[in-house]
Design a protein around this ligand. Structure first.
Ligand code: CA
Length: 230
């Protein structure tokens, strides 16, 4: 089944082939462009989403992004080797919808593609992890653990959803504060630990050896559940 058409703009052949393979396995139709010029001329063919590398031989990914944005609101995920928060904000400021930092796991990228398409469609599809052990319904704000409903507060759900939609990505406490409140608020960041602790007690078999939310010492948290294939 065709889940959508994706344009992958990436000059490193090894990366584009792996990404293409993973996306095709998930039912997407994938076209690869190796240069910025090729990307801009190809995009007129019509795609549902673009994965755009920031570093290309002929053009800057940011320029391509801005060129595309002049007449299209197609979802764009940027690939970059820069991991700083400034670059992230800059990337989103020029119209990218999401950001994946290299090196990334192809599974993570596929999960991000699906999450972005789901968010934009306002789709009521559920997302599930670890062979159906944890199922989330972002549309209804509901979650199930091993088939039983889990009662999460809106804050807990938002935190879990943010982490789950970005598997493998490390979030600082301050970034998670931003997810909950919509702005940075230092001094609030320690309460994140309390919320995470509560979420763990609700979704982890053994909160001390979590299978979903892992503590990254000195930084924050990341989601380590395995997204199920549809
Ligand atoms: Ca590149």
């Amino acid at each position: 089944m065709n889940k959508g058409r994706i344009l992958v703009v990436e000059d490193e052949k090894k990366i584009s082939e792996i990404v293409k393979g993973y996306l095709e396995k998930e039912g997407f139709l994938v076209t690869v462009a190796q240069t910025g010029q090729k990307a801009i001329s190809t995009i007129k063919a019509g795609f549902d989403l673009i994965i755009l590398d920031l570093m290309l031989p002929d053009m800057d990914g940011e320029d391509i992004c801005q060129t595309i944005r002049k007449d299209s609101d197609i979802p764009i995920i940027m690939l970059t080797a820069k991991s700083g928060e400034e670059e992230r904000i800059k990337g989103l400021g020029i119209g990218a919808d999401d950001y994946v930092v290299k090196p990334f796991s192809p599974r993570e990228l596929v999960a991000r593609v699906k999450a972005l398409l789901r968010r934009l469609k306002g789709s009521n599809e559920t997302i599930s992890f670890n062979k159906g052990d944890l199922v989330m319904d972002p549309f209804r704000f509901e979650a199930r653990k091993n088939g039983s409903p889990v009662v999460l507060t809106p804050t807990e759900f938002k935190l879990l959803q943010c982490l789950a939609e970005h598997p493998g990505q490390i979030f600082s406490r301050l970034q998670l504060v931003n997810v909950i409140l919509g702005y940075d608020f230092e001094g609030y960041d320690r309460t994140i630990d309390a919320h995470i602790k509560n979420v763990r007690h609700k979704i982890e078999e053994d909160p001390k050896n979590p299978l979903y939310i892992k503590t990254v010492y000195g930084i924050g948290y990341k989601f380590i559940g395995q997204p199920d294939e549809d």
